[in-house]
Design a protein around this ligand. Structure first.
Ligand code: GLU
Length: 366
């Protein structure tokens, strides 16, 4: 009797399905003309990472090679995608994301920009290594002038591993990019069921599948192809951004100097000597600068380098004129952006901004 239960349940649910479908088929007046339902077109732009990784055995969840599987194989390996969208693949790069450079960011931005301008494309998914996924998603969020859904996705385990997370993440990402409800919400990150804003998402755990989060929480969740939304981003992005990838060819150098006890002055000195355009000072606590470090930063500013006070603390935000007199020193604060995101915005800002006041405005607005 017990053995029969699953079968029984299945036949009951089949009956329910037929009952649910039959009213529509019964109403059809003209027989047999199949309705051509056009599926949304989603382009998957692959850049590498663990989502394209492969290990020696299924037990290798953390020891494997990233960036091995080409985009066509990724798509072909997930036939369920065909139910969701007409999926096309483009191979942008095949790299681990720690090897992203400004040149690659700009090239990827231009590729995505061209795709969203194509009227036949409904949405774009970018498969990406998780290490610098937060930088790329923020960059694209700032420079792509489109309302169309753009979704960045990765995985923490290669497809060859037990309980690999890439398949569902990619399925969710394509479903999200195909969803009209994702329009106008900026560049999104799809990881581990969560829909996150490309602006403030960060990798917060380096080995577990719940690696990504934001101190402000996810925007929503994907469940069985459907997006459930709970909040919307408020900062300037995409169509409301003053940055446009189509006008950008290069990005200026920005250095991050990491704060710690006994941090010394070498980092700031080296960055100044290298002639970077901005230094993001990833200070302790509220973006603090040690007493012996202030003169070096003031000298860098006097040499024309913008100084951006950020924090090595993952959450919270840096308050202007707290800990250091930013007005007096003509420094900028990074608001809630972590140092690596502050570096992205600083580089873009410096393609336009001429004054630290303008730079600070951008840090408040984006
Ligand atoms: N470090 C590699 C990368 O970021 C693999 C990590 C990952 O994708 O999860 O591409």
């Amino acid at each position: 009797m017990n053995l029969m239960m699953p079968l029984l349940r299945r036949s009951v649910s089949s009956l329910l399905m037929v009952a649910a479908i039959s009213p529509f088929t019964a109403c059809a007046q003209t027989p047999a003309a199949p309705v051509a339902t056009k599926k949304p077109v989603v382009v998957v732009v692959a850049t590498g990472g663990t989502i394209a990784g492969a290990g020696a055995s299924s037990a290798n969840s953390a020891t494997y090679q990233a960036a091995k599987v080409p985009v066509d194989k990724l798509i072909a390996g997930l036939p369920e995608l065909a139910d969701v969208a007409e999926v096309r693949g483009q191979q942008a790069f095949q790299i681990a994301s720690e090897s992203f450079t400004n040149e690659k960011l700009v090239a990827l931005g231009k590729q995505v920009s061209a795709l969203v301008k194509d009227p036949s494309v409904n949405g774009v998914v970018i498969t990406h290594g998780t290490d610098t996924l937060e930088e790329t998603s923020f960059f694209l969020n700032l420079v792509i002038r489109s309302d169309k859904p753009i979704v960045v996705v990765g995985s923490m385990r290669p497809g060859t591993a037990l309980s690999a997370d890439g398949a569902l993440n990619l399925y969710d990402a394509v479903s999200l990019a195909a969803s009209p409800s994702a329009r106008g919400k900026g560049v999104l990150v799809m990881m581990n069921d969560d829909i996150l804003s490309g602006r403030d998402v960060a990798k917060r755990v380096n080995i577990k599948t719940n690696a990504f989060g934001s101190q402000w929480g996810p925007l929503g969740m994907m469940v069985e192809r459907r997006a459930y939304w709970f909040r919307a981003p408020v900062k300037r992005q995409t169509t409301k951004s003053e940055f446009d990838i189509d006008t950008i060819t290069t990005l200026p150098e920005v250095a991050i100097v990491y704060g710690s006890g006994n941090m010394g002055t070498l980092g700031v000195e080296a960055a100044t000597k290298a002639g970077v355009k901005a230094i993001v000072h990833a200070g302790t606590g509220n973006g603090s600068v040690p007493d012996y470090g202030v003169e070096g930063l003031k000298a860098a500013r006097a040499a024309g380098i913008q100084i951006i006070r950020s924090s090595r603390i993952a959450d919270g935000f840096v308050l202007r004129n707290s800990e250091q007199p930013d007005d007096k020193y003509d420094w900028v604060v990074a608001h809630d952006l972590n140092p690596q995101k502050a570096k992205i915005l600083a580089a873009l800002a410096l393609t336009k901004a001429t004054s630290s006041a303008d730079l600070q405005r951008m840090f408040w607005e984006y």
